[in-house]
Write a protein that binds this ligand. Structure first.
Ligand SMILES: Cc1ncsc1CCOP(=O)(O)O
Ligand SMILES: C=C1C=NC(C)=NC1=N
Ligand SMILES: [Mg+2]
Length: 205
């Protein structure tokens, strides 16, 4: 994984878009996303066989466009379908355990403070997600918007470590996140709800 892979990091689950999810994903891939995470959450989330089929369809599309495909939280599914990696939060298994299960694959970790950052970096994470930067409608249990201050500090402390910002990021505020030191922006609604994904994605860079 290259730091530049994090430039426009699309995250989606079936709950995030009213249009057909695979149509949205293919349009986003055509429009230039550089990284994709399947994050299937919420009351009507797909499970079992239907989730696996959906994940395989997403993986196939990402392969066609040579874009990394990772899965949020669901370590077993990521291993089963040989995804390019996994993204885990602080409430998932310890990074050391995930790291050895995903040898040679991408392991991303959500971090919110110096201690979590240290543990993730030393535990062998390939990148960290920092946020929510701004208010978000897409994560029910999100912490309060933190702004870019911690992201800026993480960049000062780890000058070469891959960092992606997340949370309420739009074409209006993406430049602030990048200026604070992020390698890229992770986005759900601004891309899902975009009327012109190519324009949106170009404005997120
Ligand atoms: C998964 C996640 N983690 C922190 S905020 C968030 C949701 C981001 O969604 P949006 O880009 O629509 O604000
Ligand atoms: C919570 C998250 C934070 N950061 C990223 C990149 N993905 C997530 N699901
Ligand atoms: Mg999680």
């Amino acid at each position: 994984m290259k730091r530049s892979d994090l430039a426009v990091y699309f995250i989606m689950g079936t709950e995030n878009c009213k249009d057909e999810p695979l149509v949205v994903l293919e349009d986003a891939l055509k429009s230039g996303i550089t990284f994709f995470q399947l994050r299937e959450k919420g009351a009507n989330a797909l499970t079992g066989e239907s989730l696996e089929k959906f994940a395989l369809a997403c993986q196939t599309l990402c392969k066609e466009y040579n874009v990394p495909f990772i899965i949020n939280d669901n370590v077993q599914l990521a291993l089963k379908i040989n995804a390019d990696g996994v993204h885990v939060g602080q409430d998932d298994a310890p990074i050391a355990q995930i790291r050895e299960q995903f040898n040679g694959k991408i392991v991303g970790v959500s971090v919110h403070n110096d201690e979590e950052m240290k543990v993730a970096v030393e535990g062998g994470a390939d990148y960290v997600g920092i946020g929510p930067i701004y208010e978000t409608q897409s994560k029910a249990d999100a912490k309060p918007a933190a702004g870019v201050s911690f992201l800026s500090k993480a960049r000062r402390d780890y000058q070469d470590f891959p960092i992606v910002g997340i949370g309420g990021i739009t074409t209006e505020n993406a430049s602030e996140v990048l200026a604070a030191g992020a390698d890229g922006v992770a986005v759900i609604s601004a891309i899902c709800q975009s009327a012109d994904r190519r324009e949106t994605i170009n404005l997120l860079k």
